[in-house]
Write a protein that binds this ligand. Structure first.
Ligand code: BJW
Ligand code: ZN
Length: 287
């Protein structure tokens, strides 16, 4: 392997023997972050380029930052992701229980699932990644927007204030007829006592956005993305739209796009920079 290093502060030959570095830079992926620097690997020439802009702690501070998070940011708090190895519940694929079709066919099953999710989220604690985003919000204030696909409340409990839940909230429910969300921390695990609306008697469902339903706050999301200078995406597989398409919109507007997570998302090629690693390790360094 050959290295090209435009900077004097890092000798790539020191890294050559490091097992961590070898596993961080491989032919499978073209851009890697390691030791606060960004490397680009060209498989054809086997040359690794050290990109000129190192990843510096605090580099997001002087920006208008738009942050999108997914299930991965809560993984280290013990909450299962959707498509990872923990993505099964009672033998059901999680994304098959969280659907309008499942609700139509078996509301008791869906309520058992969301009751369990409520219990798990209540028992979980925010981690260092949630807290790192809260810290940057405190310094950027209105120049920081956090949109999450997650329905748990770990961002709020980690100290974030301006949190927008585009896929709904685990701790709200709504009547299928009246359609107004209300706070609800109940557990509905008995098929004979599922919740009903106090006003009209219709079934009450989780206030969650399932496939085929309209994601929340989209006008606000597009408005804030228009103003952003950086889009930071954390812990999402890039497989669910419209969230997965925000990076493409950002690219068209010339916004710098960063991804943080232990593996590349499906839409990896759309990002300017990818920082591989668990959110609790990488995020506190990035912000
Ligand atoms: C770590 C980590 C660590 C692990 N640190 N990271 C094209 C365009 C637009 C829409 C569509 C389209 N094609 C199809 C559609 C429709 C559909 C869709 O996207 N389908 C796909 C299957 C293709 N989308 C919809 O129906 C949406 N509505 C919609 O489009 O309305 C029309 C509309 C159009 C345009 C504008 C506005 C509206 C609704 C989507 C609803 C998604 N609902 C769910 C379940 C409900 C929530 C719940 O119960 O919790 O939301 S599905 C599930 O997937 C959940 C999640 O929020 C969502 C995303 O999952 P996420 O977060 O990416 O999790 P995973 O498990 O996939 O990935 C975890 C990641 O973490 C991995 O990458 C790991 O590596 C990483 N990780 N450890 C950091 N320690
Ligand atoms: Zn009602």
């Amino acid at each position: 392997m050959h290295y090209w290093c435009p900077e004097g502060d890092l000798n790539p030959h020191d890294l050559l023997g490091s097992a961590d570095f070898k596993s961080a830079v491989s032919a499978d992926f073209t851009i890697r972050a390691f030791s606060h620097h960004i490397f680009q690997f060209h498989p054809a020439t086997a040359i690794i380029y050290l990109c000129t802009s190192p990843l510096l702690p605090g580099s997001l501070q002087a920006t208008v930052s738009f942050v999108l998070t997914g299930a991965g940011i809560s993984a280290e708090s013990g909450l299962a992701t959707f498509r990872g190895s923990g993505g099964l519940w009672n033998g059901h694929r999680v994304d098959q229980v969280a659907t309008p079709e499942a609700w139509e066919a078996d509301p008791a099953l869906v309520w058992r699932f969301y009751s369990m999710r409520r219990r798990d989220a209540m028992a979980a604690e925010p981690n260092a990644a949630h807290r790192a985003l809260a810290a940057i919000e405190h310094s950027l204030a209105d120049n920081f927007y956090l949109f999450t696909q997650n329905v748990d409340d770990l961002h709020e409990r980690g100290g974030s204030i301006r949190v927008h839940h585009m896929h709904g909230s685990l701790f709200h429910s709504r009547c299928v007829a009246c359609d107004l969300p209300f706070p609800d921390q109940g557990f509905y695990e008995d098929a004979d006592s599922l919740p009903r609306c106090a006003l009209c008697g219709s079934p009450v469902r989780p206030h969650i956005v399932w496939f085929g339903e309209i994601t929340l706050d989209m006008d606000e999301i597009y408005r804030q993305l228009d103003r952003a200078t950086v889009l930071l995406v954390v812990g999402t597989s890039g497989s669910v739209y419209p969230a997965a398409g925000l990076v493409n919109i950002a690219n068209r507007r010339g916004i710098r796009t960063l991804y943080v997570g232990p593996e590349e998302p499906l839409n990896a090629s759309a990002f300017d920079e990818i920082f591989l690693g668990p959110a609790t390790e990488v995020l506190p360094k990035v912000v």
